[in-house]
Ligand binder design. Sequence first.
Ligand code: SF4
Ligand SMILES: [Zn+2]
Length: 141
Amino acid sequence: MNQKINLEVKKEPITLNVIDDKREKEKAVLASMIEVYCRGNKHIDRSEKELCPSCQSLLDYSSMRVDKCPFMETKTYCANCHVHCYKKDRREEIRQVMKYSGPRMIFKHPLMLLDHGWQSFKDKRRKRIEGRKQKLGEESI
Ligand code: SF4
Ligand SMILES: [Zn+2]
């Protein structure tokens, strides 16, 4: 028996405020992850409140990318993006930060990590549904 699959992706209206909040939230996640990386790798002393120049520069760059991101309405996290607007060297730097800080966020910001997992799950699900839709569309031609 053929099972019917619901391919409708629920889209709720999204306001500018929601997009701005999302942008700020994403920048806060980046700042936390870069701080964990900077402190964990002893670029700065425990007492220091500011990032080292190199990590600060990476944070400024990443925040600027988030400010200019054209997908803010629908995106989850940059790791799931098909465009990757980062310059090659910056992309490698942020990849190192994510690799280092990702597992450590569970102690520092468990809710943030849970949210990341949930958003990634939703993103994968959305892509799977879009893939199925596209496949069905091609088959019906
Ligand atoms: S990598 Fe993709 S999702 Fe991330 S800021 Fe660039 S365009 Fe936006
Ligand atoms: Zn640093």
